[in-house]
Design a protein around this ligand. Structure first.
Ligand SMILES: NC(=O)c1ccc[n+]([C@@H]2O[C@H](COP(=O)([O-])OP(=O)(O)OC[C@H]3O[C@@H](n4cnc5c(N)ncnc54)[C@H](O)[C@@H]3O)[C@@H](O)[C@H]2O)c1
Length: 294
């Protein structure tokens, strides 16, 4: 039980990776507040948790509202008496389409949920943790969309980049209070945000966008969130952990575009010496037992 005696607040905890994380935290002994905009899925999450014998309570929350965030923490304090872990995870795709067509209203909505929501969570969560005087762990869901210019919708990517920097700045500000702040950058994870139930279709789509052969699942994020929430990561702060089946490691995906050039598909090993005039030294490989499918 890695979170025994701890109280965790999970925003966006009614669905997808937030729900999986809330359940994982509860299974590891935490009392969990699920905070979500969706009252229907939120109530269902609390009910499912109860059936499994977990101590989970739901409060309807709009993370973009300071009043709601204050009420969320008040609920945690009244129900469980303290807050040790905060997972700022609520999110939406937000504005889509070209920047030149994006309205201020859609920009604001996207930043309000994704960036302001995280700011408000840190602001009020850290005050409680500081008052308790026993440290704490704040985890923010960013995205691999924060890391480049073409991994997600434009405004979404900018807001997630803000989450990454906020995580680092907050980690510095709160270090003396032993409050750790870290981010997770999920890759493409099959959740209700990204698919409508057709897992075969999602598998086909995801297999084109990452080296790992299987699509990402909420449990993959929950496992990393548990590590960051627990004392196993006691000296980890200001860090962001990419959880993407190797998508960012692959970079421009040269070997996906030119499968024959992929190291794993090569029939040869050795040294090539380009235009030097010196001879290449290559040996043919035995490829009979290899999985060469690009
Ligand atoms: N699924 C992916 O591929 C992926 C990749 C990178 C990052 N993310 C991020 O991961 C987080 C979780 O996404 P998910 O894929 O589990 O999606 P999801 O839709 O399954 O869950 C998101 C939850 O956030 C809630 N929410 C939305 N707006 C809210 C608000 N204003 N206040 C409170 N709750 C609100 C929703 O009701 C929902 O329950 C999001 O921040 C998302 O941007 C997802």
């Amino acid at each position: 039980m890695r979170l025994a005696g701890k109280v965790a607040v999970v925003t966006g905890g009614a669905s997808g990776m937030g729900l999986d994380t809330a359940m994982k935290f509860a299974a590891e002994g935490a009392k969990v507040v699920v905070a979500d905009f969706n009252a229907q899925t939120g109530a269902a999450a609390a009910q499912t948790a109860e059936q499994q014998g977990f101590d989970v309570s739901f409060i309807k929350t709009d993370v973009a509202s300071e009043q709601d965030i204050e009420a969320m923490f008040e609920h945690a304090l009244v129900t469980y008496g303290r807050v040790d872990v905060l997972f700022n995870n609520a999110g939406v795709g937000g504005a889509i389409g070209p920047l030149t067509e994006t309205s201020m209203e859609d920009w604001d909505y996207t930043f309000d949920v994704l960036a302001k929501g995280v700011f408000l969570g840190i602001k009020h969560g850290a005050k409680i943790m500081r008052r308790q005087g026993e440290g704490g762990s704040i985890i923010n869901t960013a995205s691999i969309a924060a890391l480049s210019g073409d991994a997600g919708p434009l405004v979404y990517s900018a807001a997630k980049a803000a989450v990454l920097n906020l995580s680092k700045s907050a980690a510095v500000e709160l270090a003396l209070d032993h409050i750790r702040v870290n981010a997770i950058c999920p890759g493409y994870i099959a959740t209700p945000l990204t698919h409508s139930g057709d897992l075969a279709a999602i598998q086909r789509a995801f297999s084109k966008s990452q080296p790992w052969p299987d699509f990402g699942r909420g449990e993959h994020i929950a496992g990393v969130a548990l590590f960051l929430a627990s004392d196993d990561s006691e000296f980890v702060t200001g860090e962001s952990i990419v959880v993407d089946g190797g998508a960012t490691a692959e970079g421009p995906g040269r070997s996906r575009q030119f499968p024959k050039m992929a190291a794993r598909n090569s029939r040869y090993s050795g040294i090539t010496k380009g235009s030097t005039g010196a001879a290449n030294d290559l040996r043919k490989l035995d490829t009979t037992e290899r999985n060469d499918d690009p």
